[in-house]
Write a protein that binds this ligand. Structure first.
Ligand SMILES: [Zn+2]
Length: 59
């Protein structure tokens, strides 16, 4: 997991959208479902990891 590409989200968020960023490059906007098991999801286009606040702080 690349630490530099993590976006922390709120705990009640179940779905995120990603369209890349200036750093890793833009891509078509997609929607990703956050896994309830680990509280995170990885964008398969740009590798950005979305992680819920509580999970992130537990690490
Ligand atoms: Zn992405």
């Amino acid at each position: 997991m690349r630490i530099s590409n993590i976006k922390v989200i709120e705990d009640d968020v179940n779905q995120v959208s990603c369209s890349g960023d200036q750093q890793s490059g833009m891509h078509p906007q997609i929607f990703l479902k956050v896994s309830d098991e680990d509280g995170s999801v990885e964008c398969y286009y740009c590798g950005k990891v979305f992680i819920r606040k509580s999970k992130f702080n537990n690490k």
